[in-house]
Design a protein around this ligand. Structure first.
Ligand code: SF4
Length: 410
């Protein structure tokens, strides 16, 4: 059965010192928290060389309600762990792990990006880590900055920025603050389960509302309906828009792919309720995974349009850094007969690699399959009348009320 094997990585470290120019040029490595940390290339390169046949026989039992199959090493670990079949019976693995909430007061709350293929430049993430546990989540590698695994740690160790509203209030009150729309939850879901008790997102929304500050927000959770009166009121002044991510209409696929998210039916109800309240809704069919959910693209878009969504976007599966290994483990666990086929299409769509981080191609991929997906998406848009008003009407920045203006009202 399965066994963990240690690969000392000192040799890789020495090598890496002389090959800095060959380290992955990914945005995650530019993060300030990565400063001074040495990348253990064996963690990343193992996934490229993985033998899917070996993984099929050595696959582990997925934990109920969790996405990642393992707590794999992160790219800064000095040693890397891999699963091998040692011929012995496996020890009985733990079948559950509790979610831990970790207080993480922030010194700053608004992040900036200048990526040309992202529609916003400012964002707020009330949480780090996400209990929803989507296996493909591109935020997973950020947990390496905190010496944790992008695997199970990412979905079970959740950092809570309890002072987010207070920090936002201070930021908006700074003299010279320039108002531009802020995306809430660009990295991690602002309505993941702990928001029910922690209410960090709710606090941020209340500050936005008080200052008439425009925002967009992304979620997979119908917990958003708790705050619908804020969305409804802000939408009247073009101060908010919502994106609901919907990757499948199948409960079975959702359970494997994104275990702790709301059901597809609940997400469609969310789209419907928001649309009825006058909130502009985009459906994100993201990611599209070849031979796993891509066949559902048209049905997803049709269901969302029927529920009231006005806009749609999609993204081709992205596998940067540790996600490649985690995704491959997950594939062999849940789709053993299809794993090779899926990874073959992924590589065909990334010029032989599992991921390319270049702007403009990273979101959509290249090649026959990627082009066909793009065509199918455009045909569906036309048929369903989605994205007719595109680019979307801008969110309103003229209504913003800084603190000094609010005082003048009295
Ligand atoms: S809901 Fe979003 S942030 Fe949370 S795990 Fe899924 S993809 Fe990541």
């Amino acid at each position: 059965m399965t066994y963990d094997k240690l690969i000392p990585s000192g040799a890789h470290h020495d090598k890496a010192k002389h090959r800095k120019d060959k380290q992955p040029k990914d945005k995650y490595l530019k993060n300030k928290h990565a400063k001074g940390k040495q990348v253990n290339e064996s963690v990343l390169s193992h996934a490229h060389n993985i033998d899917l046949n070996e993984l099929v026989t050595a696959s582990t039992l997925a934990m109920k309600g969790r996405g990642a199959v393992s707590n794999s090493s992160n790219r800064y670990d000095s040693e890397s762990m891999v699963k091998i079949d040692d011929g012995w019976t496996a020890e009985v693995a733990s079948t559950s792990v509790q979610t831990k909430l970790i207080p993480a007061p922030s010194k700053t709350i608004i992040s900036s990006n200048s990526s040309p293929d992202i529609s916003f430049s400012k964002s707020i993430n009330p949480y780090r880590g996400c209990e929803h546990g989507c296996i493909y989540c591109y935020a997973r590698p950020t947990h390496a900055f905190w010496d944790m695994s992008p695997g199970l740690d990412f979905e079970t160790n959740i950092f809570v920025k309890a002072n987010a509203a207070e920090m936002l209030e201070q930021t908006l009150n700074k003299p010279g603050y320039q108002c531009e729309p802020i995306c809430i939850g660009a990295n991690t879901d602002p309505y993941q389960p702990c928001e029910r008790t922690e209410r960090v997102t709710r606090g941020v929304l209340e500050v936005m509302q008080k200052h008439r500050h425009p925002f967009s927000i992304i979620t997979k959770s119908d917990l958003m309906l708790r705050d619908i009166e804020i969305y409804e009121e802000m939408a009247r002044d073009k101060l908010c828009s919502v994106a609901v991510s919907l990757t499948t209409l199948s409960n079975e696929t959702k359970r494997k792919l994104e275990p702790r998210t709301a059901s597809p039916a609940a997400r469609l109800r969310l789209i419907e309720q928001l649309s009825l309240a006058g909130v502009p809704v985009t459906v994100l069919a993201a990611p599209m995974i070849p031979a796993v959910n891509d066949h559902e693209m048209e049905a997803i878009l049709a269901s969302a349009a029927n529920a009231g969504a006005k806009y749609a976007e999609y993204i081709f599966l992205r596998l940067p850094l540790e996600i490649e290994m985690l995704f491959t483990e997950w594939l062999t666990e849940h789709y053993p007969g299809r794993a090779k086929h899926v990874m073959s299409i992924v590589r065909q769509s990334r010029e032989g690699k599992s991921y390319q981080s270049g702007f403009h191609t990273r979101m959509k991929g290249r090649g026959v399959f990627a082009d066909l997906l793009h065509q199918r998406f455009n045909i569906a848009l036309r048929k369903l009348g989605l994205n007719e008003e595109y680019p979307k009407s801008e969110l309103n920045t003229r209504a913003f009320q800084p603190a000094n203006q609010q005082l003048q009202l009295f």
